[in-house]
Design a protein. Structure first.
Length: 180
């Protein structure tokens, strides 16, 4: 385990975080919530904001998929996405809904280094991000999908989007070359 360079909970809490917050709006499945906690831990996110009826720790289904990340990742609960957005704006975050919408930008076309502090909102498994919430955002970002299906599970979408944001902020390392 030492070779994997894993952090303890205390080391994680003391680490410099990526200025990224994942906002979960009305997520039905606590398993999906736990998966996002695990992704947030993997990418050293600042926090997760849980809104509406999204489940929150302690919850056995979150615990099952988070595998301890619910203890390392900071999180807050808000009664609705509007309250979370107000808090994020006060902290200087730019806020984007992850949604297929008119005028949305494709994920690979966004220069996340120009944005700085960013919050991304992931919506309900069936209905997506609420229209009222989209209206409060700085814009929408969508994951291009090339096949027959044009939706992804929220935990999968979070993994794709959060990695794309974080990967641009990781310094390149010569030790990670595939040609070595």
């Amino acid at each position: 385990m030492e070779e994997l360079n894993r952090k303890t909970v205390d080391e994680f809490r003391q680490s410099d975080k990526n200025p990224v917050i994942a906002v979960l709006e009305n997520i039905r499945s606590a398993y999906n919530v736990g998966s996002v906690f695990r992704t947030a831990d993997a990418f050293l996110l600042q926090a997760i904001y849980l809104t509406g009826y999204t489940g929150k720790p302690p919850h056995k289904e979150i615990k099952k998929t988070a595998l301890g990340a619910e203890d390392s990742v900071d999180w807050e609960h808000y009664p609705n996405a509007a309250a979370a957005i107000e808090s994020l704006r006060n902290q200087g975050y730019k806020i984007f809904a992850i949604e297929q919408a008119v005028n949305s930008r494709h994920l690979q076309q966004v220069n996340f280094n120009e944005i700085g502090k960013i919050a991304v909102i992931f919506g309900n498994e069936v209905t997506g991000v609420e229209q009222e919430t989209i209206g409060l955002c700085d814009g929408c970002i969508e994951i291009p999908q090339l096949g027959m299906k044009h939706s992804l599970n929220i935990a999968t979408a979070a993994g794709v989007v959060l990695w794309e944001i974080v990967r641009t902020r990781i310094p390149n390392s010569e030790n990670n070359s595939l040609t070595q």
